[in-house]
Design a binder for this molecule. Structure first.
Ligand SMILES: *[C@@H]1O[C@H](CO)[C@@H](O)[C@H](O)[C@H]1NC(C)=O
Ligand SMILES: *[C@@H]1O[C@H](CO)[C@@H](O)[C@H](O)[C@H]1NC(C)=O
Length: 187
């Protein structure tokens, strides 16, 4: 989300924006300012955070790497697209770090801090069970690989949703991508 679209989202849905990150168009080549979330022994490549717009659902998060032609995101199941993929970038990636958290400690762990705005779930607005709202960016280490995906941050006790072997899974224990002007942790 660049600052303009973050401003628009903040005006219309009242979300908080922080961080100097931006989303670049991704057409298969990783820009030098992209934020990596780990190295995959499986594809033997550095992994990056991708964002895709899924019609009727919203902006969702998934993994991309150099040469990727498409992205698969967790989205009430999985969705794969090859159009308008974005990649998360920032001038200074040292201002971004991963914070360990769980569904039950999420609000206290991130209180007065700055989780990176990853996307927006706009699936059939349903205020009775709060199935829409802001998504943050999560990560877990799985065997010798890493996966990224959506943290359902609009939920009081958010789970992390990701795709593994083309199946959507969730985890209650995960890391969240955070921004800090003066990071003390390293990514
Ligand atoms: C809201 O919750 C109900 C019952 O758990 C579920 O059937 C429905 O799909 C949910 N709404 C959305 C938009 O996911
Ligand atoms: C947190 O996630 C675990 C595992 O999915 C679940 O059993 C537990 O009920 C969740 N806690 C809350 C408060 O939602």
């Amino acid at each position: 989300m660049n600052s303009i679209s973050c401003l628009i989202l903040s005006l219309f849905v009242g979300i908080q924006c922080c961080g100097d990150f931006y989303w670049r168009e991704f057409e298969g080549v990783i820009p030098t300012d992209a934020i990596s979330f780990g190295y995959s022994d499986f594809v033997q490549k550095q992994l990056y955070i991708g964002q895709a717009y899924i019609h009727n659902y919203g902006l969702m998060i998934g993994k991309i790497y150099n040469g990727a032609k498409q992205i698969t995101v967790p989205c009430y199941g999985t969705k794969t697209t090859n159009t308008a993929i974005k990649i998360l970038c920032a001038q200074d990636s040292r201002k971004y770090y991963w914070l360990s958290t769980t569904n039950e400690t999420y609000s206290t762990d991130t209180a007065n801090k700055c989780p990176v705005l990853g996307g927006y779930d706009e699936t059939i607005p349903d205020h009775t069970n709060l199935t829409h709202g802001v998504l943050h960016i999560g990560r877990i280490n799985y065997l010798d690989d890493y996966v990224t995906g959506n943290i359902a941050a609009y939920h009081e006790y958010p789970l992390f949703y990701y795709v593994l072997n083309n199946v959507e899974k969730n985890s209650a224990v995960y890391e969240v991508l955070m921004y800090s002007d003066n990071p003390i942790q390293t990514p």
